[in-house]
Ligand binder design. Structure first.
Ligand code: ATP
Length: 302
């Protein structure tokens, strides 16, 4: 059973088909980036998982069950949704204490969760004076309160400064890779999550356009390019071309497409040509993302 399972999920708001037949899963111990431009349907999908949106058809399950069927929801799934509203007059501590009481969780969890998100020092301060970044951390603390093993985070980096984003990345890694949690994190900015996600699901106009690992996303977006350095480029180049490669010379480096690393290495060995470097160029992920989501201009990005 997958920690998160979305199957054939569809939801319309009047004439707008916000989510249109979307299916994907998130496994324990992994981070999945749910990516797409503004209005793509990300929030609607995540809200369906949390029982806040009733789907027209299909299902959105956490630990094999609908959210309303979970016995102890806060201990099974933690969520950070966009535009979380906190009562401004309440302290950070009291926010979490209310949650703990309602969910019959031990009071000690309040301090632990505040500690985990770095808000222990301001536990007694009213949320009124909190910066956007502090509110995001408090939202994360509410997600953590029941120590769940599934996390649904909608644009959690919003309002965080670069140091905050760096911290958030480390935190998500810790949850998934050290604590074995399943993390589903949405973003409309690929660069925000590309360093940490194991898998990517891309959605545009309500439809799933691509899913897989980051590496698959790049290699499907264009033929991989291998950079090859050799003291004898003039000898290697024709040899590679005889084997069907396209070769471009940039200084003393050959940029090779149409052959993989093993193929190039084998040819060099046969020809007794020394190679001093061979690396696969990283494709331009952002470009692939923009192409897939039809956002060529990048307008609407933060
Ligand atoms: N409650 C609602 N009533 C009417 N339309 C809605 C509602 N919720 C979402 N929509 C519409 O559904 C579409 C998908 O919205 P959704 O918020 O799921 O996208 P998103 O990918 O999360 O975008 P963003 O990054 O801007 O939050 C949009 O066209 C949006 O206007």
């Amino acid at each position: 059973m997958s920690a998160i399972e979305i199957r054939d999920l569809s939801k319309s708001f009047g004439p707008v088909r916000a989510v249109d037949g979307v299916s994907f899963t998130v496994e324990s111990g992994t981070i999945t980036g749910y990516l797409g431009p503004n209005g793509a349907g990300k929030t609607t999908t995540l809200r369906s998982l949390l029982g806040l949106v009733t789907a027209d058809s299909g299902s959105a399950l956490v630990n094999g069950r609908r959210y309303v069927e979970l016995d102890r929801p806060l201990s099974e799934v933690g969520a950070v949704l966009e535009a979380t509203n906190f009562h401004p007059g309440r302290t950070a501590y009291n926010h979490l204490r209310v949650l703990c009481t309602a969910a019959k969780l031990p009071r000690a969890r309040v301090g632990e969760a505040l500690e985990q998100v770095g808000l222990a020092d301001v536990a007694g301060k009213r949320v009124l004076g909190f910066s956007m970044g502090m509110r995001q951390r408090l939202a994360l603390a509410t997600a953590l309160i029941g120590d769940p093993k599934v996390y649904i985070l909608d644009e959690p980096a919003n309002g965080l400064d670069p140091a905050g984003i760096q911290w958030l990345r480390g935190f998500m890694r810790h949850l998934a890779h050290e604590r074995g949690a399943a993390v589903l994190v949405s973003s409309h900015v690929l660069a925000e999550v590309e360093q940490i996600v194991d898998n990517v699901v891309i959605i545009a106009k309500g439809r799933l356009v691509r899913q897989g690992t980051l590496a698959e996303l790049v290699s499907n977006g264009g033929a991989p390019v291998i950079r090859v350095r050799t003291p004898k480029p003039e000898a290697l180049r024709p040899a590679l071309e005889r084997h069907g490669a396209q070769v471009e010379a940039v200084g003393d480096v050959l940029r090779v497409t149409g052959l993989d690393v093993e193929g190039i290495g084998g040819i060099a060995l046969d020809e007794r040509i020394l190679l001093t470097e061979m690396t696969q160029e990283r494709g331009d992920l952002q470009q692939v993302f923009l192409e897939l989501t039809g956002e060529q201009t990048g307008e609407g990005r933060a």
